[in-house]
Unconditional design. Structure first.
Length: 63
């Protein structure tokens, strides 16, 4: 299990960090885990699942 920094999540999804945080607040993206008082990160598995779901939805629309 790996925890990703905001920059890594942004690079993997091609979505800006502020937008990722906004989507997480709106329950449209996995919520970050609080690692310490000043650090948070996302579980890599949850980010990959979210990306897979986006691809699945896109392919369903294309059919």
């Amino acid at each position: 299990m790996r925890i990703l920094k905001a920059k890594e999540v942004s690079e993997r999804t091609s979505i800006s960090i502020p937008h990722i945080r906004r989507m997480a607040r709106e329950d449209r993206f996995p919520k970050p885990l609080k690692i310490s008082d000043h650090r948070s990160g996302w579980l890599e598995s949850e980010v990959l699942d979210w990306i897979s779901e986006c691809v699945r939805k896109h392919r369903q629309q294309a059919d």
